[in-house]
Design a protein around this ligand. Structure first.
Ligand SMILES: *[C@@H]1O[C@H](CO)[C@@H](O)[C@H](O)[C@H]1NC(C)=O
Ligand SMILES: CC(=O)N[C@H]1CO[C@H](CO)[C@@H](O)[C@@H]1O
Length: 340
């Protein structure tokens, strides 16, 4: 080997060390940053204003202790707000103060959610148990009846409360949630609804839904509440601070399983509930429907109306599934007209 060749060889070797090795390390580093970040847990904190600007309380029921936020005059009629999945009392932030002028406003964390108790086991989240919680909350807060307002799963619980305990519901306001009997009819009649309900099947599996929702710092929550996928055109009402509140709530230990258990209990308990779900809702009912809901076919509104003694449907054009947060002014106005 000539000395010059040796020099060239050495130069290449040094270049290799200087370029290739740092590059490889960089690639490995990037890999750990992105792929491992999928499983990394960031810490989240409830924004101060959620704690300071609202009156937080607890109510003890026969099975669980529930957390709630309260505003307004307790001698006025009770307006009881029940949130959906995956949400908590704060989903009603555009309604709580607004209706406090005219009502005793209470927004609960349903069992298994937020600061409320989270009993174990799928059976503890059956629709009958959830409806019983609502009936007990009304009594414990010193009222005979409530105007019950429910959205999504909170809507389902409100429907079940009206079907099982009609005597405690003076009026029913439902947002983007079908009457349980109507839902089954829509599943048979409207083919697209089966596709829209894909996640209910997924939620029947163990562990996998919890892991998936937690991936990449609860990316699923961003997709659900802040993306076009969710039917959102106007995203201004879901601020970064709101997203932080959501992530702080659902990143608490064991915070995902109880909400998913609602779906597991629904499917397992279907046959037992069959006599309840085909009942007609007796209270005077208002159905508010955000038209751009990717999870529920718009036909659900009309089918639900037919399962009520007396019901009015108000469609909200351009609204996502999260109608009371997406179009608060419209929703509050529709509610006021119905309440007066
Ligand atoms: C339901 O919750 C109670 C506590 O509230 C608990 O004692 C019971 O074991 C739970 N049921 C199941 C099936 O896990
Ligand atoms: C806080 C906020 O951005 N509120 C907006 C929510 O959306 C309505 C339109 O439906 C706006 O009018 C609000 O200002």
């Amino acid at each position: 080997m000539e000395p010059l060749d040796v020099l060239v060889y050495l130069a290449k070797f040094v270049a290799f060390l200087l370029i290739f090795i740092p590059w490889s390390l960089h690639v490995v580093y990037r890999f750990t940053q992105t792929k491992w970040a999928l499983f990394a847990k960031k810490s989240h904190k409830i924004p101060e204003k959620l704690i300071d600007d609202y009156d937080h309380k607890f109510v003890k029921l026969s099975g669980v202790r529930l957390h709630y936020v309260e505003e307004g005059d307790m001698t006025k009629p009770l307006l009881l707000f029940v949130h959906g999945f995956p949400e908590f009392w704060y989903s009603w932030r555009y309604q709580i103060k607004h209706f406090a002028k005219t009502h005793h406003v209470v927004a609960i964390d349903q069992r298994g959610y937020g600061d409320s108790d989270k009993p174990e086991g799928v059976e503890n989240y059956s629709a009958k148990v959830l409806a019983q919680d609502i009936q007990e909350v009304i009594k414990q807060l010193g009222h005979e009846k409530a105007i019950l307002v429910g959205h999504d799963w909170g809507g389902a619980v409100a429907w079940f409360t009206a079907l099982i305990y009609p005597e405690v519901v003076s009026k029913l306001i439902i947002m983007n949630c079908p009457h349980p009997g109507a839902y089954e009819k829509v599943m048979r009649a409207v083919k697209s609804q089966i596709l829209k309900s894909w996640y209910i099947g997924f939620f029947q599996t163990a562990w996998l839904p919890e892991i998936t929702i937690g991936l990449d710092d609860y990316w699923a929550l961003d997709v659900a509440f802040r993306s076009k996928f969710a039917g959102l055109k106007n995203q201004q009402n879901f601020t970064d601070e709101d997203a932080e509140a959501w992530k702080a709530t659902f990143s608490q230990k064991g915070a995902l399983t109880p909400p998913i258990n609602y779906y597991r209990a629904l499917v397992r308990g279907r046959d037992e509930a069959v006599d309840i779900i085909n009942r007609v809702a007796k209270p005077s009912t208002l159905i508010i429907w955000g038209e751009e809901d990717p999870f529920l076919a718009i036909e659900c509104a009309e089918y639900s109306q037919k399962m009520c003694q007396k019901a009015k449907v108000a469609y909200v054009p351009g609204s996502s599934h999260w109608v009371q947060q997406d179009k608060p002014e419209e929703v509050n106005k529709i509610m006021e007209e119905f309440l007066n």
